[in-house]
Each structure stands twice: as C-alpha cells, then as structure tokens.
Design a binder for this molecule. Structure first.
Ligand code: NDP
Ligand code: 2IT
Length: 444
C-alpha cells in the first residue's frame, strides 16, 4: 500500500465518526500523492503525513452563560491548534449549533494549506462553539463571548494563536471577545483579527474574503480568455463573505442575481441591491426573505438553494457541503462554466468530480477564500508595528496576494496534473511549504 493510503486507512480507523474531517483529509491526501511519492522514503521515515493529519492540540471546554430571563445554559467551546510549522496558529471561530470536533478539525486542516498559500507566516487553527447567536440579544451574545474567552485566553496570544471570525462571529463578537481578553490579561495586543477600526482592526478586513474571492475569480477567468463583465453570477449565503463578493462582482460589471440563508434564496433578475441586504442582515439581523418586501420584482424560494438558477459563474458563500453532485450537474447543464468557493468546502466530493469531469473552471475554497485570512495576517503586521495602513494599501496588497495564489496554484496544477486542475494545484502548492518547514524542524 502506498504511504498516502496507509495513513488515510489508519486515520479512518482512528476517527471513524469524523465525516467532515475524513472528507477533507481524503481530498488533500489523494491529490498530494505526486509530491509525496517524489519524497516517499524521507517523508515516511519522518512520519510526516501521520503528523500532518493529527492536530498538535485540541482544547475543549464548557461555556456556561445566563440568558436574559436568568436561565443558565452550557455550550461546548473548542480550539483546534492544528499546525504551527510556518507560524502561529491562525483561523476563525465559528458559532453555530452544528459545530463539533469533526467540523472544526476539517476547517483547521484546510486552514493549514490555505494559510500556506497566502505566502504569509501563519499556521493553521480553528475554533468555535455550538452556540447559536440567532435570536439572542446583544447582552446574551456579550455574556456568551465573555464566558468563552474566560477559558480560551489561556491558550491564545499574538505570537501563539490568533483567532478571528467565521460563521456567526463578526465584528460584534470579536469586539466582546477582545474586550474580555484585554480585561483578563491586561495586554493590548493583536490577539484577534477582524477587530473594529477604533481598536486595532484593519481597513478592508471586513471586505477581504469576498473581494479576494472575486479578485482570484477574475484572474482565473481572464487567464481563460474571458471576462466578468456582463456575466450572471449566482451567490449563496448573505453574510460577510456573500455580501462583499456581491459588491466586488457588481463593481467589476457582473450581475449577481441570487443570495440565500438557511431558510431559502432570493432571485432578483435586475441584480441584487446590496444596501437593502445589508440593512436586513447587518442592522436588523433578519431573514433574506424580507428582501422581497422591499423589492417586489424579486422572488423568494423557501427551503431551496440557488443552484438551479441559470448563470455563468457560481460563488458558494454559505457553508460546507451546500452543493452536491446533483446540484453541480444542474449548474453545469444550465451553462455555468466557473465555480469559485467563498465558503470552506461547499462542494461535496461528487460535485467536485462533476466540475473536473466537465472541465469547467473551479477554484477550491482554500485558494479562493484565502483573502480573508491573508488580510488578517496584514492586520497582525499592522498591530505589531502599531500602525494602520490605508484602505487602498491593504486592498492592493490583498489583490497582489490573490494573484500570487492563482499563479502558485496554476503552476502546481500544470506541473503535477493538467493545466486547470486547481484542486491538485492548491493542495500541492499549500502542502510543499508546510512539509518543508516540518521536515526542517525535526520530530515535533
Ligand atoms: P456569516 O455568519 O456572516 O454568514 C453565513 C451565511 O451562510 C448566512 O447567510 C447563513 O444563513 C448561511 N449559512 C450558514 N450555515 C448555513 C447552513 N447550514 N445552511 C445554509 N446556509 C447557511 O459567515 P461568513 O460569511 O463569514 O462565512 C460564510 C462561509 O465563508 C463559511 O463557510 C466560512 O467558513 C467561510 N469563510 C469565511 C471567512 C471570513 O473571513 N468570514 C474567510 C474564509 C472563509 P443563516 O443566517 O440562515 O444561518
Ligand atoms: O476560514 C477562514 O479562513 C476564516 N474564517 C478567516 C480566518 C482568519 O483568521 O481571518
């Protein structure tokens, strides 16, 4: 049996219930084969892959908090410190009822390669809690965040582990988390990213994931001799990533016709009006269906996802496994020729197989959504030098990073597979730097 297969078989036996993590690990291990085989003896002797698939540390803790009625609750909090070979652990916190160890391990594992692709010195981590911020008051969210940080602060630090946002964790939550960290430790340091501008946040960090997604999509589309102008784009989600992907795609002349949340999707044939969405989602914290109350020419589809809508480009920006094989087939049959992932692992294995078989342009999440964490690393740099860069400076660095990622991914695709196999390209390009650092640092 090959080294890759041996390690994956053992992983399945060790963690049989961790479906999401096994799915992510299998996809990465399967595509890095050529890079592993070229060094098989060396890597095997060093136990490189066995170490790569096992987090350095997982911290699990209870998070007790009291709601506005005085009722007590206990949630589960986690931080997966997966790999620190190339820098301090870096990655978001997710607050969502579905959060469990398997999901956070898959996200932390993906983060290792994503962070490596950015070219910046950040290792891989992820954390969160099975807490649902939906429907909670600001005071409840604050008490939860304070309780969460009262345990987490022991394990994080500006040179140790730097969390940020993800699903259910935005500017409000990062603010409460930062306040409690500072209160407990008495340190004013860049321990979290995605902070508010008045306390060390970076301009363009809120925009970064969505903008970065569209920058790399634009690069990929132009390399294929096409253009975003006038193209119809279908986007899922309506949170941070979806909103700024909509904004940048629209600025570049494309027309975004859908957005969604976990209840359903909206279709606006005239192009989504983002100011209305932002008011509903960011101010009122409401549901996407409310859009049609203000734009009667738009339609709302309860309980459905937008993959049946005719489009040129699909940008999934909600959550993992939101596109299955059938959805992918629908997209392709309707003429979609480009998929780029704002979310982490939104396409399941069957969907990815369908894209690759149809040879449509497909940029996987770890490359396509890396602009968020890359700009987080820029926020860390600004915090270290106690300076703030202008929006234009951060945005232009972000754009350069996304173009750089496209080039690295395309080059590795060409070297190890075929020209537009960006799945192999992203995994190998991300893996090589981490493997090199792990080999150099010995058995740790
Ligand atoms: P937000 O919490 O701001 O928004 C999440 C959106 O996705 C909401 O519209 C939400 O709808 C929807 N959603 C969440 N879970 C589900 C579900 N199970 N089924 C259907 N819809 C769902 O999160 P972000 O925009 O920050 O994150 C979106 C994706 O992007 C995630 O996969 C995240 O990991 C990834 N990502 C985020 C980065 C960032 O910088 N924020 C960076 C890189 C990747 P509802 O309100 O109904 O739950
Ligand atoms: O999935 C991700 O890359 C994020 N949620 C952003 C992480 C970060 O540290 O900015």
């Amino acid at each position: 049996m090959s080294y890759v297969d041996e390690v994956f078989e053992a992983l399945k036996v060790k963690h049989p219930t961790e479906d999401e993590f096994l799915e992510a690990a299998e996809r990465v291990l399967d595509t890095i084969r050529p890079a592993v085989e070229a060094n098989e003896e060396k890597y095997r002797k060093a136990g490189l892959l066995e170490r790569l698939v096992e987090p350095e540390r997982i911290i699990t803790f209870r998070v007790p908090w009291t709601d506005d009625k005085g009722v007590n609750h206990v949630n589960l909090g986690y931080r997966v410190q997966f790999n620190s070979a190339i820098g301090p652990y870096k990655g978001g916190l997710r607050f969502h009822p579905s959060v469990n160890q398997s999901i956070l391990k898959f996200l932390g594992f993906e983060q290792i390669f994503k962070n490596s692709l950015t070219g910046l010195p950040i290792g891989g981590g992820k954390g969160g809690a099975d807490f649902d911020p939906k429907g909670k008051s600001d005071a409840e969210v604050m008490r939860f965040c304070q309780s969460f940080m009262t345990e987490l602060y022991k394990y994080i630090g500006a040179d140790e582990d730097v969390p940020a946002g993800d699903i259910g964790v935005g500017g409000r939550e990062v603010g409460y988390l930062y306040g409690q960290y500072k209160r407990i430790t008495n340190l004013y340091e860049g321990v979290l990213t995605g902070k508010g501008l008045s306390f060390g946040g970076s301009l363009a960090r809120p925009e970064a994931t969505g903008y970065g997604l569209v920058y790399i999509t634009d690069e990929m589309v132009r390399a294929a001799g096409k253009d975003l102008k006038g193209k119809t784009v279908v986007i899922s989600g309506s949170g941070n990533v979806a909103q700024y992907a909509t904004q940048k795609a629209t600025q570049l002349g494309a027309k975004v016709v859908t957005l969604s949340d976990s209840n359903g999707y909206i279709y606006d044939p005239d192009g989504i009006k983002l100011d209305i969405v932002m008011e509903i989602k960011n101010v009122k914290r409401g549901r996407i269906r409310e859009y049609v109350d203000q734009v009667p020419s738009a339609k709302y589809f309860e309980g459905e996802r937008p993959w049946g809508v005719k489009c040129d480009i699909a940008l999934p920006c909600a959550t993992q496994n939101e596109i299955n094989g059938e959805d992918a087939k629908k997209l392709i049959d309707n003429g979609c020729w480009c998929v780029a992932e704002g979310a982490n692992m939104p396409s399941d294995a069957d969907a990815i197989d369908a894209y690759l078989k149809a040879k449509i342009l497909y940029m996987p999440g770890k490359a396509a959504n890396a602009g968020g964490v890359a700009t987080s690393a820029l926020e860390m740099s600004q915090n270290s030098e106690r300076l703030s860069w202008s929006f234009e400076e951060v945005d232009s660095k972000l754009k350069n990073i996304m173009v750089g990622i496209y080039e690295k991914v395309a080059e590795a695709a060409k070297k190890y597979s075929y020209e537009t196999d960006f799945v192999t390209g992203a995994n190998i390009a991300g893996f090589e730097k981490v493997a090199d650092a792990m080999m150099a640092q010995g058995l740790v």
